[in-house]
Design a protein around this ligand. Structure first.
Ligand SMILES: [Zn+2]
Length: 281
C-alpha cells in the first residue's frame, strides 16, 4: 500500500500540467485539512527524504509470533577458542544461532566464520572496530560497515544482511542510513542477561531461561568463558519447555509470512538437457 502511495506521488508530480497543479494544490489543501500526513510533500518531489517508505520495518528487538520460537544471538566474536566450543554445543543440539561478528575478528579467524556458515548459522555485521555509531560521522559509519562486510566476503564469500550496533548505541537517522544504503535492518534484543558483567554462568542461564518468550531475540557474547559455560543448561532447559531456536532472519520471516515452523522451501535445482527428469515430489 505504501509503495503504491509513493509511486503515485512521483508519477503524479512528473505528469502534471500547470493547470493540473493548480487543481492538485486545491486537493492538497483539502487533504491537509483532513490531516493527511503525506499532503505536505505532494507535488514537491525534491522534498522527498532519502528514507525507507513509511511502514517499512527497519528495526527489531523481538518479533510478534505466538509459537514458542526464539533467536539466540552472540556478539563480538569470533573468539579463537570459545566460539568453536560454542559451535560444538550448538551442533550437539542441532541449534542454529546468529552471530554478530566484529569485522577485525572475522578477518583474524576466517576458518571459524566458514564453520559457522557451514553449520547453518547466520552472521550479521557488528562493525569493523566495535565503535559507537552515534559518535561517528556518516562517512565513518559507512567505512565501519563496509570494511566488516568486505571481511566476511573475503573470509567466506558471505554478505551479511543484518546489523547490530555496538553497545546498542543507535538512533533513527542512522537506522535509516544503514537500511537504505546497506539493506540492513537493525537488530536489537528483548532479553539481555548482562553476561558481559560476568555475573556467573548459573545467573546467565537463569536470566535467559526466565526471560525467554515467543519471538524473543536474546543477547549474549561468545567472548566470555562463563557465557559459554551457561549455554548447555540454558539450551536444554528451553528445549525441554518446547522452545525452538532459529536464526534472526528465520524469526523475521515467521513474522512477515506467519510461516509455520519446519517449512523448508526447496531451492530450485538446475535443469540441463542431459537430465530432463522432473524433480521428485
Ligand atoms: Zn558488541
Amino acid at each position: 500500500m505504501y509503495l503504491s502511495i509513493w509511486f503515485g506521488i512521483l508519477v503524479g508530480s512528473a505528469g502534471c500540467s500547470s493547470s493540473d497543479k493548480q487543481s492538485s494544490t486545491a486537493d492538497q489543501s483539502a487533504m491537509l485539512a483532513q490531516g493527511n500526513p503525506l499532503a505536505g510533500r505532494l507535488n514537491n518531489p525534491s522534498s522527498l527524504p532519502n528514507v525507507p517508505p513509511a511502514g517499512a520495518k527497519i528495526s527489531y528487538s523481538q518479533v510478534s509470533i505466538t509459537q514458542p520460537v526464539l533467536a539466540m544471538t552472540f556478539d563480538d566474536g569470533p573468539h579463537p577458542t570459545l566460539t568453536p566450543k560454542l559451535l560444538d554445543i550448538l551442533k550437539e543440539r542441532n541449534i542454529k544461532c546468529t552471530f554478530f561478528v566484529i569485522g577485525k575478528n572475522a578477518k583474524a579467524y576466517p576458518k571459524i566464520i566458514q564453520r559457522m556458515l557451514a553449520e547453518g548459522h547466520e552472521i550479521g555485521n557488528h562493525t569493523w572496530t566495535h565503535c559507537s555509531l552515534t559518535s561517528r560521522s556518516d562517512a565513518q559509519i559507512r567505512s565501519e560497515l563496509q570494511q566488516s562486510e568486505d571481511a566476511l566476503v573475503a573470509a567466506a564469500n558471505y554478505r551479511p544482511h543484518l546489523i547490530r550496533p555496538p553497545y546498542g548505541a543507535i538512533n533513527t537517522r542512522i537506522k535509516q542510513l544503514m537500511f537504505t544504503e546497506f539493506g540492513y535492518p537493525t537488530i536489537m534484543w528483548s532479553v539481555d542477561p548482562q553476561d558481559w558483567r560476568r555475573p556467573g554462568s548459573s545467573v546467565v542461564t537463569s536470566r535467559l531461561v526466565n526471560g525467554a518468550h515467543p519471538g524473543a531475540i536474546m543477547l549474549s557474547h561468545d567472548i566470555h568463558a562463563p557465557t559459554i559455560q551457561a549455554m548447555p543448561s540454558m539450551f536444554d532447559q528451553l528445549l525441554a519447555k518446547g522452545y525452538q531456536f532459529v536464526t534472526v532472519s528465520q524469526l523475521m520471516n515467521m513474522e512477515k509470512a506467519n510461516m509455520p515452523v519446519g517449512v523448508v522451501i526447496r531451492p530450485a535445482l538446475p535443469v540441463t538437457d542431459k537430465d530432463p527428469t522432473p524433480l521428485p515430489q
